[in-house]
Ligand binder design. Structure first.
Ligand code: SAM
Ligand code: DTB
Ligand code: SF4
Length: 346
């Protein structure tokens, strides 16, 4: 891979100018960056599980798990280790290399950390990469999770700093930056992105990407979610975004954070296959696979398998991951460790 200068001084005007490029020029430029730094036909597969669902005290306007909105999501306490392990095994068998665990908390309490650590330890022992998204972290939490074998922590900036107050009132943008700092200091990899289609302007989409690219380190994973408009949430009737604007956002994220893996995240269920294909061309190199995200539906695995076959995509097996237990998402066959299409090292 060629050496590249990773910039952390992007101006809003520079990013807005990328958004304003003619669509074809933008995609060509983004794909050129993508192919220079990544296998353009490989897609990293993560699977999500909600390990603690609903009843959240926060007021994030997009979120079906906020207690104050009446969305029909039943609250459920933290799952037991065995329940999570069973789901993680199934995700691995279906082709996932990373297992992401989400909890509907403002943040974990000190007493929650040993329980989550036990879950992380058990999932890690299956040979999967681990990711957790538990909200704002307190003192010592990130180190404890790292010690249990956590690889990634997901904490999104969600939207531009100046639009944040329109979406969330129970915490500040700067609180998020503090948690991101704790993640980096503990040596965890950062998964950090945002949501597109919440009524923000293009300028504000540029602002989100500027804030992400100008973090002290580019997040290793950048999930770009399209809002899933859930009945009962304040954003239920948010104006529908032009799909090409979503593709542009993926392309600009690709250009400003060239080495990061950009994830085409929530919202694929509402997306045409052709739009997804454009996102992969524009630089998306990861998806969430599995029938559910946290509480909402995701495309079913058979559909994704067919899409991968139609687009000649194969799952990315992370460096150093050599186990054979997972399925090859492309063919549906059990991985044969080196000679099948999934790319696992022999
Ligand atoms: N409670 C923790 C937190 O807020 O950090 C972790 C779970 S929270 C559900 C994780 C992320 O899911 C949010 O930051 C947001 O980006 C995304 N998300 C939640 N609801 C969504 C929706 N309806 N559409 C798209 N993304 C959503
Ligand atoms: C992320 O950026 N998107 C995921 C994951 N990180 C935790 C969550 C999407 C949630 C969509 C709404 C739901 O299913 O509840
Ligand atoms: Fe709670 Fe997280 Fe949902 Fe906000 S996004 S309401 S913090 S679960």
């Amino acid at each position: 891979m060629p050496e590249v200068l990773l910039r952390h001084d992007w101006t809003r005007a520079e990013i807005a100018a990328l958004f304003a490029l003619p669509f074809n020029d933008l995609l060509y430029r983004a794909h050129t960056v993508h192919a220079a730094h990544h296998d353009a036909n490989a897609v990293q597969i993560s699977t999500l599980l909600s390990i603690k669902t609903g009843g959240c005290p926060e007021d994030c306007a997009y979120c079906p798990q906020a207690q104050r909105y009446h969305t029909g999501v039943a609250a459920q306490k933290l799952l037991e280790v065995d329940e999570v392990v069973a789901q993680a095994k199934a995700a691995k068998a279906a082709g996932a290399s990373r297992f992401c665990m989400g909890a509907a908390w403002r943040g974990p309490k000190d007493r929650d950390i040993p329980k989550v650590a036990a879950i992380v330890r058990a999932v890690k022992a299956l040979g999967l990469e681990t990711c957790a998204t538990l909200g704002l972290l307190g003192e010592g939490h990130a180190q404890a999770l790292k010690g249990a074998g956590l690889d990634y922590y997901n904490h999104n900036l969600d939207t531009a700093p100046e639009y944040y107050g329109e979406v969330i009132h129970t915490r500040e943008f700067d609180d998020r930056l503090d948690t991101l700092e704790q993640i980096r200091e503990a040596g965890l990899k950062t998964c950090c992105g945002g949501i597109i289609g919440m009524g923000e302007t293009r300028e504000q989409r540029a602002g989100l990407l500027q804030a992400l690219a100008n973090l002290p380190e580019h997040p290793q994973s950048v999930p770009i979610n399209q809002l899933v408009p859930v009945p009962g949430t304040p954003l239920e009737h948010a104006e529908k975004l032009d799909p090409f604007e979503f593709v542009r956002t993926i392309a600009v994220a690709r250009i400003v954070m060239p080495k990061s893996i950009v994830r085409l995240s929530a919202g694929r269920r509402q997306m045409d296959d052709a739009v997804q294909a454009l996102c992969f061309f524009a630089g998306a190199g990861s998806i969430f696979a599995g029938d559910k995200l946290l509480t909402t539906d995701n495309p079913d695995v058979a559909h994704d398998r067919a899409l991968f076959a139609r687009l000649d995509l194969h799952p990315l097996i992370p460096a150093g991951m050599t186990d054979t237990g997972h399925a090859d998402l492309y063919t549906g066959e059990t991985c044969c460790n080196g000679s099948c299409s999934c790319g696992a090292a022999a």
